[in-house]
Design a protein around this ligand. Structure first.
Ligand code: PMP
Length: 405
């Protein structure tokens, strides 16, 4: 069933805000998404009604909060179609999830000279954690190149494997190019070589249906704030046998079975990876966000955002001097562009004064910018609450800025 966009927009109070006395056109969803009322209400409800530290208290309120947190974990499990809720670890977000895997996987499975395969279009958060491990342990990175459309070169990818390859870690969707990488195929190729895979789902989970059992990756990570949930909460999915195998990332309360000064034993999954008081308020609000998008339907969201992307591409391509970066055949709702010689920052600033929020710069993907031979782009990134009218405002805004230069 088609989405009722106007009804959806009413669920997001901020969308009726004015900036510089103009209606806000929010096209920075790749950076973070706006929150529906139900998610914010859930945060407030929890603080007023279910706030007690979890897993430790015998009292009523603590048990209620614990049950809500674990119910949220089951919601995430079901959303990703994971086998077990033990495979769902709550973290602070994609960045922390990747750092967790980089640290624990390197400790357990890698030694000097071993290699991790990433791609040229990774976000810094899937590059720098590996470089930190490289400095600690002498591991190194191999990089999958892309073609001119911004699609990963799978033949080159196959050639990167050797007896030193220990892990593949790639983005499902590029935050700059919008490319939807063929992760199922990427996983299949890695598995042929006996190599596990981590997928950065920061830009995929909010926009396309994801089934972790179908993809078969060992690890899959995402952030709550990019899928209409609160900031400060995210998810690491890991196959049980892998999470079991990896050592804890941080030490503290919650993640132990017993502690003495002589010896500490660790808790079972998933608590082994959740040291300290978890964000039990955020987890339940994230679950609320997942229920919200599920009620709309991930397939419906994908179809609508795709329609919006195609509409925007046609509109923007008609603008003189327009260069769009990322022409992949499989693409999600991200449009990176430059117009003539106009600096991305100037374009972003001037669009902002028209009420249009876009991202400018390197988008935390400087190696990708180097590969493209540019310093940065302007990026419009869409959500299901955006409209074709907003795309028209964007196109008219860009045209206006172009004429000024
Ligand atoms: N990976 C990708 C592809 C992203 O787009 C982002 C956020 N821009 C991240 C990782 C990092 O996410 P977070 O800042 O929520 O940890």
């Amino acid at each position: 069933m088609a989405l009722d966009i106007q009804a959806i927009r009413r669920d997001f109070p901020i969308l009726s805000k004015k900036v510089y006395n103009k209606p806000l056109v929010y096209l920075d969803n790749g950076a973070t998404t706006q929150k529906p009322r139900c998610v914010v209400d859930k945060l407030v409800y929890n603080y007023y009604n279910e706030n007690a530290n979890i897993h430790r208290g015998v009292h009523f309120l603590s048990q209620e909060a614990t049950e809500a947190h674990e119910e949220a974990r089951r919601t995430v499990q079901q959303f990703l179609n994971a086998r077990s809720s033990d495979e769902i670890v709550f973290t602070r977000g994609t960045t922390e999830s990747i750092n967790l895997v980089a640290s624990s996987f390197t400790d357990e499975c890698m030694s000097a000279g071993d290699e991790v395969i990433v791609s040229v279009m990774e976000h810094h958060s899937n590059i720098v954690p590996w470089q930190i491990q490289a400095a600690r342990k002498g591991i190194s990175l191999r990089v999958i190149p892309m073609n001119e459309r911004g699609e990963l070169d799978l033949e080159a990818y196959r050639q990167l494997f050797n007896e030193k390859t220990r892990l593949v870690s790639v983005a499902h969707v590029s935050n700059v190019l919008g490319t939807v990488n063929p992760v199922k195929e990427i996983v299949r190729i890695a598995h042929e070589q006996g190599v596990p895979v981590m997928i950065d789902g920061a830009q995929s989970v909010p926009h396309i249906p994801v089934d972790v059992q179908d993809l078969d990756a060992e690890f899959y990570v995402f952030s709550g704030h990019k899928i209409y949930g609160p900031t400060g909460i995210g998810v690491l999915y890991g196959k049980e046998e892998w999470l079991d195998r990896l050592p804890p990332y941080q030490g503290g309360g919650e993640m132990i079975a017993s502690v003495s000064f002589e010896k500490t034993t660790f808790n079972e999954l998933p608590f082994k990876f959740e040291a300290g008081t978890p964000d039990f308020i955020g987890s339940t609000a994230l679950a609320e966000a997942l229920r919200y998008v599920q009620a709309l339907g991930m397939a419906e969201i994908e179809a609508y955002e795709h329609e919006l992307l195609r509409y925007a591409e046609a509109k923007l391509e008609a603008i003189e001097g327009m260069r769009i970066f990322g022409k992949a055949r499989e693409k999600s709702g991200v449009l990176s562009f430059l117009v003539g010689n106009i600096h991305h920052y100037d374009m972003g600033m001037l669009l902002d004064h028209l009420g249009i929020a876009v991202r400018t710069g390197h988008h935390c993907a400087q190696p990708l910018m180097q590969a493209l031979g540019i310093e940065g782009t302007v990026r419009a990134s869409f959500s299901f609450y955006n409209t074709k009218e907003e795309v028209d405002v964007l196109a008219a805004g860009i045209e206006r800025v172009r004429k000024m230069f």
